[in-house]
Design a protein around this ligand. Structure first.
Ligand code: ASP
Length: 374
């Protein structure tokens, strides 16, 4: 029989000191933080899975004084308890508890938050009392967090990252149903072993494949080339595809004990660009540079010179593309220059993999093999 579900109550102060970057939350974000919500043990249904919701802020926790405001609201204004209480129907699916990891717009999710979140998830999933995790997150950088977790979570138990495009205060807010669907997916036995998933707009995407494609539309998350893993249709969770790249329990990347990640910057290619941004990144301590190349990872002559000089200093140059879909091909001259190509990873996800790769090696050939496998 399933044990009683109990997640320790963390106070906002403890969270701020253990789970937030130096300085913690400031201003209204700090004021909006709530203490972890824990379901009363009497409410626990031993027949249901135990799901922990880790809240990080974003539009799904956004609030505005106007219910028609979908652009000028404040992201990360509501706490995890409010999000959970807004969807009491989740209690029919799972025993749900929550923790507030951060309460920020996702452009402010940083490496410190990523590492502490991943470590907490691994701790939770190692417990037999936790069956799955849902992370509420802003959509702007959601795919970066999801792909990071896809590479460092050490469990087959389901992990779903969910967001929304309309704040909680909007007419037809999409957050509550997205959250309900995320808990539904996590509570589905078939969701095990699929890597970290993203749930928005009734579609289940793999963290490896899916990306944000529209600044404001509700159907912004698309899996352009590789397709979705599945969908939630009515009361059914339907899976059609499997992620084929290595993830979670197959991944070699281990962030236990890490408090920082190597600096990796992204530089964008455009006509008439110079080499000075490469020089600046090298001078600022970058250990890797991801190039959002034009076309199939192309670079101007000036950028190539800047990148080659950086490569000679041991900085790994990862050629991705600004195009939005497609695979960047390897070139025979890459490895000798400390260049690698990023397969079909977009620049922001390539940065995540390169940071983790650099925790293991500085060898370009080994790093290229990671891009081929993950
Ligand atoms: N506009 C963003 C969102 O959709 C804000 C954020 O990423 O936090 O959540």
């Amino acid at each position: 029989m399933r044990k009683l579900f109990f997640i320790p109550v963390l106070t906002a102060g403890l969270l701020a000191s253990t789970l937030l970057p130096t300085g913690g939350l400031t201003g209204t974000a700090a004021a909006a933080m709530e203490v972890t919500a824990v379901p009363a043990q009497s409410e626990v249904n031993p027949a249901l899975p135990n799901v922990v919701i880790l809240a990080t802020g974003g539009t799904i926790a956004g609030s505005s004084s106007s219910n028609t405001d979908t652009t000028g609201y404040k992201a990360g204004a509501l706490g995890v308890e409010t999000l959970i209480n807004a969807v009491p129907e989740m209690k029919m699916l799972a025993n749900v508890s929550g923790e507030q990891v951060a309460n920020v717009g996702s452009p402010n999710i940083n490496n410190t938050i990523l590492l502490q979140m991943a470590q907490r998830i691994n701790e939770l999933l190692a417990s037999e009392d936790v069956d799955g995790i849902v992370i509420t997150h802003g959509t702007d950088t959601l795919e970066e967090t999801a792909y990071f977790l896809n590479l460092v979570v050490k469990s087959d138990k389901p992990v779903v990252v969910v967001g929304s495009m309309r704040p909680a205060t909007a007419i037809s807010a999409d957050g509550p149903f997205n959250l309900y669907n995320a808990v539904k997916v996590v509570s589905t036995p078939e969701a095990q072993g699929k890597g970290v998933m993203i749930m928005l707009n009734d579609r289940i995407g793999s963290a490896r494949y899916i990306t944000k494609t529209n600044t404001t539309a509700v159907d912004t998350f698309k899996s352009v080339e590789q397709g979705y893993l599945g969908a939630v249709v009515g009361d059914k969770v339907l899976f059609y595809n499997e992620p084929t790249r290595k993830h979670t329990t197959e991944s070699v990347f281990d962030i236990s004990g890490l408090t920082e990640l190597p600096q990796v910057d992204i530089l964008y290619e455009y006509q008439n660009n110079g080499r000075y941004l490469y020089d600046a990144a090298a001078a600022a301590g970058a250990q890797g540079i991801v190039v959002a190349g034009s076309g199939n990872g192309s670079m101007s002559s000036a950028s190539s010179e800047g990148a080659e000089d950086a490569g000679e200093k041991g900085i790994i140059i990862a050629r991705s593309t600004r195009v939005g879909s497609g695979t960047v091909s390897s070139s025979s001259s890459d490895l000798a220059r400390n260049f690698v190509s990023t397969d079909s990873l977009n620049p922001q996800k390539a940065r995540i993999l390169l940071m983790l790769a650099l925790t293991k090696t500085k060898d370009a050939a080994q790093i290229q093999s990671y891009f081929n496998e993950y």
